[in-house]
Design a protein around this ligand. Structure first.
Ligand code: 4AD
Ligand code: MG
Length: 477
């Protein structure tokens, strides 16, 4: 891989070695006496420069235009010191093989900088760009660091189901799962009744089922058996929202801690975030430097770039405020908000961003103890009878990154809660059983993985930090 060739010293220690690289041509520049090619295999940001002279086998493929932008090539040659330009080394080709041709004149990724909006329309080719390539590598590193953190702390990973009848958040933002049936003896379609209406009796073999909004309730089952567990996978929300922070399909990390309260939960969230941030600072230097460069244009004077911000996060404690304190701060703020601030109303993302960006100057903030009416039924009620042991972690540029809580472990309180929220007790019989048989204080949180990638890279739109975004109008492949 080109990444291994470049290594820690830009490749200088490998000068003189015979090497083979395989990748895609980013640019070709034919001079009179020789040609330059930039080739990238996606293992790193910069790729490798290739110089090729007429005596090299395959040189004619450059002259006749077969090797164009987008073509897949294999190049054999000697790594030499580079005399000009940005790179320290380059590959002096002895043999160039075209693996897959590309029509450079119609290739949708021309040299110029494309907008991210345009790139979303060619989701099949955008991983070949610097931005999506860098995002993908950082995302992969974050996923690795996530497993590393929880595994090293003795958590067991549990794969919770994607299809379920439960609505964890009780917000009704679910997608229904339907069985397609052959119609007119051939093509499958949505089942209909004799009257031509959608036949819901076909839902998941006769029972209504949905795509999960959260694996939490299933994770609680395992936390009350295996102690600390985590689930990490895709979750779905049928919210028809066109924001830069919402997707219909997103990945969520959900640890669930047994014999734990809200303080343990917050400490876990903080230690986790610090771990993954340190990991990418150490292992994704070139990609992060690219994001810093990319941010430069839009960054207001005096504002910290992603790497400065992440370095702060890796070393500093998070700020803590209660919801009630946060509301007081917002009421006294000089800024006028679009949505009114009022005790009892949920914090809007403009409020969340103001807290973390302005009041706490870029520090992550944990807001705790929200009014029980605006949070989910499973959160543990505080002694004041008005608030629950909830916590949200807010970060600059993103707003809510994490939502979590201590869970209601008291059977009678939980039963009352289900009633208050007009949820069917029968549907939660298994969840209530966990409170009947060996109930323990437990707590957990959910982190929106794409929001984490946004936070770490500074990429503005959530649609650009997932391989194939799912949002209104984005579902083709
Ligand atoms: O706050 P939420 O809804 O919490 C839960 O689902 C809990 N059951 C989690 C738990 O305690 N185990 O979602 C958790 C996080 C949010 O803080 C946000 O980062 C992300 O998931 N999130 C979304 N990310 C992208 N697109 C969406 N539509 C999202 N909705 C929530
Ligand atoms: Mg939330």
């Amino acid at each position: 891989k080109i990444k291994d060739i470049r290594g820690e010293d830009e490749g200088l220690s490998k000068v003189g070695q015979q090497l083979v690289i395989r990748g895609w041509v980013r640019t070709v520049r034919a001079q009179k006496a020789f040609a330059f090619m930039q080739v990238n295999d996606g293992s790193n940001l910069s790729g490798l420069q290739v110089v090729i002279h007429p005596e090299a086998a395959g040189y004619d493929k450059i002259q006749d235009g077969t090797v164009a932008t987008g073509a897949a090539v294999a190049v054999e040659g000697e790594l030499v010191e580079s005399l000009g330009g940005k790179q320290k080394v380059e590959l002096k080709a002895t043999k160039l093989t075209v693996v897959g041709e590309s029509d450079g004149s119609t290739y949708p990724l021309q040299k110029k900088n494309h907008t991210l909006e345009y790139l979303r329309t060619i989701a099949h080719l955008r991983p070949r760009t610097n931005t999506i390539g860098a995002v993908s590598r950082v995302r992969s590193a974050l996923a690795f660091a996530t497993h590393q953190f929880f595994q090293s702390k003795g958590f067991t990973w549990v794969a919770t189901p994607i299809i379920t009848a439960a609505d964890c958040e009780g917000a009704g933002e679910q997608f229904l799962v339907t069985t397609l049936v052959p119609q007119n003896g051939n093509a499958a379609g949505v089942p209909t009744t004799k009257e031509g209406k959608v036949d819901f009796s076909q839902d998941f073999f006769g029972k209504p089922a949905y795509l999960t909004v959260s694996g939490q309730l299933n994770a609680e089952v395992f936390a009350t058996a295996l102690s600390d567990v985590y689930t990490f996978g895709p979750t779905f929300r049928a919210e028809n929202s066109n924001t830069s922070r919402h997707l219909a399909e997103f990945w969520m990390l959900e640890p669930e801690l047994a014999f734990a309260d809200l303080k343990d939960d917050m400490a876990c969230a903080e230690a986790y975030l610090q771990h993954v941030v340190r990991y990418v600072l150490e292992h994704c230097r070139e990609d992060l430097a690219f994001f810093v460069e990319r941010q430069k244009k839009g960054l207001p004077k005096g504002e910290k770039n992603v790497v400065e911000r992440l370095t702060d996060v890796a070393n500093a404690r998070f700020a803590h405020v209660t919801y009630t304190e946060a509301v007081d701060i917002l009421l006294k703020a000089k800024k006028s908000f679009e949505f009114p601030v009022k005790w009892g109303a949920d914090l809007q993302s403009e409020h969340e961003r103001y807290l973390t960006e302005v009041v706490f100057k870029g520090q992550p903030v944990i807001v705790t103890d929200y009014p029980k009416e605006i949070k989910a039924f499973y959160m543990r009620e505080n002694d004041d009878g008005k608030t629950v042991a909830a916590m949200d972690v807010l970060v600059p540029g993103v707003g809510e990154l994490i939502g979590g809580s201590q869970r209601e472990e008291r059977l009678e309180v939980l039963e009352k809660k289900l009633e208050d929220f007009k949820l069917e007790k029968e549907a939660f019989w298994w969840y209530l059983d966990l409170r009947k048989y060996g109930s323990v204080p437990h707590a957990g949180f959910g982190l929106g993985f794409e929001r984490l990638v946004q936070y770490v890279t500074g990429v503005e739109n959530i649609r650009d930090v997932i391989a194939f975004p799912r949002a209104p109008g984005l579902v083709d492949f």
